[in-house]
Design a protein around this ligand. Structure first.
Ligand code: FES
Length: 137
């Protein structure tokens, strides 16, 4: 496993071990995924069906709600800007407990009230690539 990919609950311990800051402002500066535009961010077999994983250095939550249906969302929590650390059956921010839908990024449980931003991806040959069209700040 590369340092840039941390998976599911294992991502929590991995992030702590790497000294990754969990909190920060969602405003200002380039979006964390901008430098990953046009690059492969994971293999499809690294994303569990019905759950997902976190690409920690790009702050991207990758999910596979159903077999072969991949989604990517900003892993910057819309509540207070923590980097979301866990994807199981929901995208779960451990800072204050918000949960988001793995299919839509919609809020399932607060305190967050805004959905996660969906990021465009392409899937080919077992690889997930962040689109060149990923939004900028
Ligand atoms: S920053 Fe995510 S729930 Fe508060």
């Amino acid at each position: 496993m590369s340092r840039r990919r941390l998976f599911g609950a294992a991502g929590v311990a991995g992030a702590a071990a790497l000294g990754v800051s969990a909190c920060g402002s969602p405003e200002g500066g380039p979006a964390p995924w901008e430098r990953l535009r046009g690059t492969v961010i994971a293999r499809t077999d690294e994303v569990p069906v019905g759950g997902g994983t976190i690409v920690i250095d790009g702050k991207i939550a990758l999910t596979q709600p159903a077999e072969g249906d991949f989604k990517a969302f900003s892993a910057v929590c819309t509540h207070a800007g923590c980097t979301i650390q866990e994807v199981q059956t929901t995208i779960h921010c451990l800072c204050h407990g918000s949960e988001f839908d793995v299919s839509t990024g919609d809020v399932l449980r607060g305190p967050a009230v805004e959905p996660l931003e969906e990021l465009p991806i392409t899937v080919a040959n077992g690889q997930i690539t962040l689109s060149e069209d990923a939004p900028a700040r």
